[in-house]
Write a protein that binds this ligand. Structure first.
Ligand SMILES: NC(=O)c1ccc[n+]([C@@H]2O[C@H](COP(=O)([O-])OP(=O)(O)OC[C@H]3O[C@@H](n4cnc5c(N)ncnc54)[C@H](O)[C@@H]3O)[C@@H](O)[C@H]2O)c1
Length: 254
């Protein structure tokens, strides 16, 4: 089921695309005609999402990958080249999810893992595709979090890594614009399965949390966030780089 052709003939790598917002992005990008390579720590979920795209008439493949590990990231790039002969887009949503803890109790290992997956992962996914992105004047989309802007208590490791991703993306946009490569950052609010499960068990908590969002709800990964990411990958966003897109129903202000 192709809903558009803004990405027809292109190859897009989606890291962390096996679940949640990443799955929503992969489906939306596939429905715009791109060949999607889904890379995820969970190889089975990556394959499942690729299967969903193909079941809708799109082209996709899924494989296991740790964005903090250069070899597996390079394998995703190679798979994209084998599938379509080019790389036009890189979307990285992977994050470590080390949980909530106050700084007084935060261990350095959690901080290290958030930075490895978040900052180093965003670096490796971009860097490993760079030569190919130069050829296609490609587009990169990384994911930050409102917690990095607000300094949310108990999320020091995650929020600091997310701030690092945003700054890395900003520097990359400034450096790589000369090649026609665009690099943007998305700050989402989405009902991913883990978030949805928590709120299904605690509906009052959802009402309270969603009530603080101007649009009064969490976003749907495929319908609310995926299409905006597809836009950033497309020629419709050809003059857009170095920006942070708040795809969060108005929850956080820059
Ligand atoms: N859900 C929200 O409301 C929200 C809010 C702010 C920011 N974000 C950001 O959006 C992105 C997606 O969030 P989500 O809620 O859909 O997450 P999620 O936990 O549902 O999905 C994350 C995916 O990344 C994969 N992953 C984890 N570590 C990986 C690694 N090292 N290499 C490759 N894949 C890995 C997981 O297996 C999973 O499939 C994340 O970057 C998150 O920080 C989400």
């Amino acid at each position: 089921m192709t809903t558009g052709n803004r990405l027809a003939g292109r190859v897009v790598l989606v890291y962390g695309g096996g679940r949640g917002i990443g799955r929503g992005c992969a489906l939306a990008i596939g429905s715009e005609g791109a060949t999607v390579v889904v890379g995820d720590l969970n190889a089975a979920s990556a394959t499942d999402v690729a299967g969903e795209i193909e079941a809708r008439g799109g082209r996709a493949l899924g494989l296991g990958c740790d964005v903090a590990d250069l070899d597996t990231v390079t394998a995703v790039v190679s798979a994209g080249l084998a599938a379509g002969g080019r790389i036009d887009g890189v979307v990285n949503l992977a994050y470590a999810g080390t949980g909530r803890v106050v700084i007084e109790e935060l261990g350095v290992e959690a901080l290290r893992r958030e930075f490895e997956v978040g900052v180093i992962g965003s670096f490796l996914t971009l860097r490993s595709a760079l030569d190919e992105l130069k050829k296609t004047k490609g587009s990169v989309v990384n994911f930050t979090s409102g917690s990095a802007i607000e300094g949310t208590p108990t999320l020091a490791a995650y929020a600091a890594a997310k701030a690092g991703i945003r700054t890395l993306s900003h520097v990359a946009a400034n450096e790589l614009g000369v090649y026609g490569i665009r690099v943007n950052t998305v700050c989402p609010l989405g009902l991913s399965p883990s978030v949805a499960r928590y709120y299904q068990a605690n509906p009052e908590a959802y009402e309270e949390s969603a009530g603080r969002v101007p649009l009064r709800r969490y976003g749907d990964p495929e319908a609310d966030i995926g299409p905006a990411v597809a836009f950033l990958l497309s020629d419709d966003a050809r003059y857009v780089t170095g920006q942070t897109f708040m795809l969060d129903g108005g929850q956080t202000h820059l």
